[in-house]
Design a protein around this ligand. Structure first.
Ligand code: SOE
Length: 381
């Protein structure tokens, strides 16, 4: 007998679709799970749009006020897929209403807000997770397993990039449904919270705590028309950010993100160099993990490209999908996240990254933005 997990989705944008796809597919591919998501309600202010979303994706009902959604007894969990400036208020109210919470990244606008959110879910004792989905790309999870097995040995270097090119035009306005990421009042920051936060979440998962950072940011286009006022307003987000850091394990980190790298749409890459071996991963080729092991026999030594599609248990999550050699994609990382969340309800073990885990990423983002202002190294709070 499966148990229903009644979901209320708040928001209907790109992430609303990505998460809903995860809820819909999980039962077919992870049939052993006790819980099954039920798409109970979709919620957003615009009635026509949220109804269209609900009809298309199969939500049973709609709400136009998230407070009404939280009052409903037939909702067990809420998924927060709205701009970052709304996360805190909704999450705290949801926790107080006893709802489980799946919150889109980044957790909050800043560390102070994130701390309040952590306290709320911890006080209420509700299950919670933050959608840093790249952890659950099988090749990235495999990297985690290899590192935890000690295959790399001592780690010396961690470097990551997240490059895009969609904001180069100065005619692009800031604010509003599709462009809230350009509006500091809604997003909190630019590439730091939106893109580097992904790199940081993966990095601290793979390589542990970051102690301190030194950063630079740039806003290339200083003024943009604001969608709400129709007026040109100062741009408050960082268009690009680069930072150096020291990890607690003694390794050095180098991170870069921009929305001004012509030709790159979502080039998230990382490379880790250890004493014995190195690992590389690239979102544009997400089912492959590049691996070099110095301990290989000399004449065979070289980078190998592991096609992460074996289903005999060697490659994380892949036993759930097709046959060896047939790869999966971006959307599956969300299916995996839902599966792990449902599993966590069975086992009582939290589904990472929890709010508390994601707060660590938030602290690093704050230190990065702080250091970019002062020009000095900054400890991670
Ligand atoms: C921005 O373009 C964005 O959609 C991020 O908001 C996502 O988190 C990232 O995964 C892809 O890029």
């Amino acid at each position: 007998m499966t148990k229903p997990l009644n979901l209320g989705m708040i928001g209907y944008g790109f992430m609303g679709r990505a998460h809903t796809n995860g809820y819909k597919r999980v039962g077919d591919f992870f049939p052993e799970l006790e819980y099954r998501p039920v798409l109970k309600a979709a919620c957003a202010r615009n009635q026509e749009k949220v109804q269209a979303f609900a009809d298309q994706w199969g939500y049973e009902s709609i709400e136009t006020d998230w407070r009404e959604l939280l009052k409903r007894d037939d909702i067990d969990a809420v998924d927060i897929c709205v701009p970052n400036n709304l996360h805190k208020e909704i999450a705290i109210a949801a926790a107080e209403a006893g709802k489980m919470i799946l919150c889109e990244k980044p957790l909050a606008m800043d560390t102070a807000e994130g701390e309040e959110m952590c306290q709320a879910v911890e006080k209420a004792g509700v299950a919670n997770t933050v959608w840093y989905n790249y952890r659950r790309v099988p090749a990235v999870t495999l990297a985690k397993n290899l590192i935890d097995e000690g295959k790399l040995g001592r780690i010396f270097h961690y470097r990551a990039n997240f490059l895009q090119d969609w904001t180069i035009s100065e005619d692009l306005p800031q604010g509003g449904a599709a462009l809230w990421r350009l509006d500091a009042a809604a997003a909190g920051s630019g590439v730091t919270g939106d893109l580097l936060a992904h790199c940081i979440d993966t990095a601290i998962w793979l390589n542990g705590k970051v102690d301190n950072v030194t950063a630079m940011t740039e806003t290339f286009i200083k003024e943009r028309v604001h969608t709400e006022t129709g007026e040109k307003q100062q741009v408050g987000i960082d268009d690009a950010c680069a930072f150096l850091c020291r990890f607690n394990n003694g390794s050095l980190g180098l991170f870069e993100s921009t929305r001004y790298a012509r030709g790159h749409k979502a080039l998230y890459t990382f490379e880790i160099n250890g004493e014995h071996a190195s690992i590389k991963w690239d979102l544009h080729d997400l089912h492959r993990l590049e691996y070099f092991d110095h301990r290989d026999e000399g004449k065979l030594r070289g980078w190998r490209s592991i096609h992460v599609t074996d289903n005999g248990g060697e490659h994380p999550y892949m036993d759930k999908w097709w046959v060896p050699g047939l790869q999966i994609g971006y959307e599956h990382s969300f299916v995996h996240h839902v599966a792990d969340f449902l599993k966590s309800l069975e086992t009582g073990t939290p589904c990472g990254p929890t709010f508390r885990d994601a707060l660590e990423t938030q602290k690093i983002c704050d230190a990065v933005l702080g250091s970019a202002k002062t020009g000095a190294w900054q400890e991670v709070g």
